[in-house]
Design a binder for this molecule. Structure first.
Ligand code: DER
Length: 253
């Protein structure tokens, strides 16, 4: 159908434009669009026997293995390895190429892998593109330690979140969903997040009435005790990438 065709087209473009010659280390994200990225890599017909693919969770690892590619877990990477590229999907992307991620409950490992790559390629069809984050996708996924979840929830309310909830695992049981790290996810709705253009136009993104600029909110949430990571990917220029002389940062697809 039209949505699947759009995902497949985005994936083919991303791989055609950003899959490096002689790639050695490639990050593979989570979700449904990434399936088409792996399909496009296979369709390149290049020799992948010397390439290692780094998964961002259980589903990502199974995708790599079932495609006949070689998976290497993030914690098995040789010291100092910087990935040539990391491909991943997103729940929403704004005009500054910031992303909301975590709809698939893999945000922590997704960010680990993205930050370890010279280039992070976000593969998203037009449904995901909005001027501001949280325009259509309504909440920020946040990975939290179970023991701290209620305290984090309370703090999010103080930051202006609207009814933040602990994600339940609808498929199997009503209990809280557990991530690959055995943590909980809190989905925290906020008003749309302001971009650099909004700030340039004099808008106030400091959290008054719960209205935040992307980076300010990400930083506020990240420093709450008990938060492991936040599903806001912004200006991904990981220290590793820069150290390796990488270009870092997100690229449009
Ligand atoms: O959870 C994530 O961040 C994933 O990348 C995901 O949200 C993208 O999912 P989709 O490709 O199935 O839309």
């Amino acid at each position: 159908d039209a949505v699947e065709a759009a995902k497949r087209a985005a994936a083919k473009t991303a791989v055609a434009n950003h899959y490096p010659e002689n790639a050695r280390w490639v990050g593979i994200g989570s979700g449904t669009t990434i399936v088409y990225v792996v399909e496009a890599i296979k369709a390149l017909g290049v020799d992948t026997s010397n390439t290692r693919y780094v998964p961002t969770g259980y589903q990502s690892r199974q995708l790599i293995i079932s495609a006949g590619l070689t998976a290497v877990e993030f914690d098995a990477l040789p010291a100092g390895t910087v990935l040539d590229v990391a491909f991943d999907g997103a729940d929403e992307v704004d005009d500054d190429l910031n992303c909301i991620k975590g709809g698939g409950a893999c945000l922590f490992q997704e960010k680990l892998v993205a930050m370890q790559a010279k280039q992070f390629i976000c593969v998203a069809d037009s449904r995901k593109l909005q001027s501001r984050l949280l325009s259509k996708w309504k909440y920020v996924p946040i990975e939290v330690a179970p023991i701290a979840a209620y305290r984090v929830q309370k703090k999010l309310l103080e930051l202006g979140a609207i009814d933040p909830v602990i994600r339940t695992n609808k498929d199997f049981k009503q209990g809280p969903l557990k991530t690959d790290q055995d943590f909980f996810l809190i989905d925290a709705p906020f008003p749309p997040l302001l971009t650099s253009a909004d700030l340039a136009a004099g808008r106030d993104g400091s959290g008054k009435n719960g209205v935040w600029e992307v980076n300010l909110l990400a930083r506020e949430i990240k420093q709450i005790n008990g938060v492991l990571d936040v599903g806001i990917f912004s200006g991904l220029t990981g220290p590793q990438a820069t150290a390796a002389g990488g270009v870092g940062g997100q690229r449009p697809v």
